[in-house]
Design a protein around this ligand. Structure first.
Ligand SMILES: C[S@@+](CC[C@H](N)C(=O)[O-])C[C@H]1O[C@@H](n2cnc3c(N)ncnc32)[C@H](O)[C@@H]1O
Length: 300
């Protein structure tokens, strides 16, 4: 596959329709708990991949600077409206398969509800590995094909695909579920150590969510999250993976914008900052910067 297709959220009202008005307070609160359990409380620079409208960004405030990356510019505009334009946030429109960052520059990265749009997940994960410094932490959420509902449906003959096999399943165009063992193998193959696995959304059932108080569901989900160390049968799984034994250590200070970016096409750096665009010293491509959003999807 030369250029994997992108699930484009341009113009989508995902944040409003799925989260704000979609009855997903339970899922949102359990994710907040998982992030707190897995992510170091602070650090210099964190990369949020597929940040969308910045729903999770306020959960990373212990980091000095946060790079919000998304393919969709309109999602980043929503994030900007929510979070503002301070130096704390760098907004980047780019493709997760073609990251515009100097190797080893981040000391943490998160990718939540994004891998399920990746037709070539190992390729996207390899990009994250390159962007992280040695010892860097990666918090990854993925949609689990081996979930209880899928298992029952398969055993009852109501679903063709096998939830126990390692290959991803594309249940809707550009929406994939993954087997936990496959994700672990990909991460380990890249040099990550999976330090912790949490299972989430044990009670993602419409009837339960309607009948029982959200606080109660969140409380019991938070307890059950730890069982992810032994088995993973929920629709959503979080892992904490740490990048070991790479050359170089974590950067000593927060890099400037000049030190952060490379050309996503030819890999050259540093890019020349011309304020309205960044110019590559190698291939001379110009990457736009407009209204506080760097754009590395297509050159100017
Ligand atoms: C389901 S949303 C999740 C947003 C956010 N992480 C959250 O949990 O609220 C998926 C996001 O991934 C982004 N995305 C999908 N494919 C991408 C790619 N190849 N590169 C960068 N972003 C991508 C979409 O634009 C979208 O904003």
């Amino acid at each position: 596959m030369t250029h994997p297709p992108v699930c484009n959220y341009e113009g989508s009202d995902y944040q409003t329709s799925f989260w704000d008005k979609g009855g997903r307070e339970y899922e949102d609160r359990t994710e907040a708990i998982a992030i707190k359990r897995l992510l170091p409380p602070g650090g210099r620079l964190l990369l949020e991949l597929g940040a969308g409208a910045g729903r999770n960004t306020s959960r990373y405030l212990g980091f000095d600077r946060i790079v919000l990356l998304d393919y969709s510019r309109t999602q980043l505009e929503q994030a900007q409206a929510r979070l503002g334009t301070s130096d704390k946030y760098i907004y980047v429109a780019a493709d997760a398969y073609r990251l515009p960052f100097v190797d080893g520059v981040f000391d943490a990265a998160t990718m939540i509800r994004v891998l399920h749009h990746m037709a070539d997940a190992p390729r996207a994960l390899a990009q994250v590995k390159n962007a992280l410094a040695s010892g860097g932490t990666f918090i990854l959420e993925f949609a689990n094909k081996q979930n209880l509902k899928a298992i029952f449906r398969y055993l009852l003959g109501r679903q063709k695909w096998n939830p126990f096999t390692r290959e991803p399943v594309e249940f809707v165009k550009l929406n994939f579920d993954f087997h936990p063992k496959a994700v672990r193998e990909w991460l380990e193959g890249l040099g990550f150590t999976v330090e912790r696995t949490l299972t989430l959304s044990h009670f993602r059932v419409g009837l339960l969510k309607r009948l029982l108080p959200t606080g109660m569901l969140v409380f019991f989900d938070a307890l059950l999250q730890w069982t992810g160390a032994w088995w993973q049968l929920t629709p959503s799984v979080f892992v904490k993976a740490v990048l070991e034994n790479q050359a170089g250590g974590s950067p000593k200070r927060v890099p400037s914008v000049r030190e952060l970016f490379k050309c996503p096409d030819c890999g050259n750096s540093p890019l020349k900052d011309e304020s309205a665009y960044l110019e590559c010293p190698g291939c001379k491509k110009r990457w736009g910067m407009k209204d506080g959003i760097y754009d590395f999807r297509e050159p100017l």
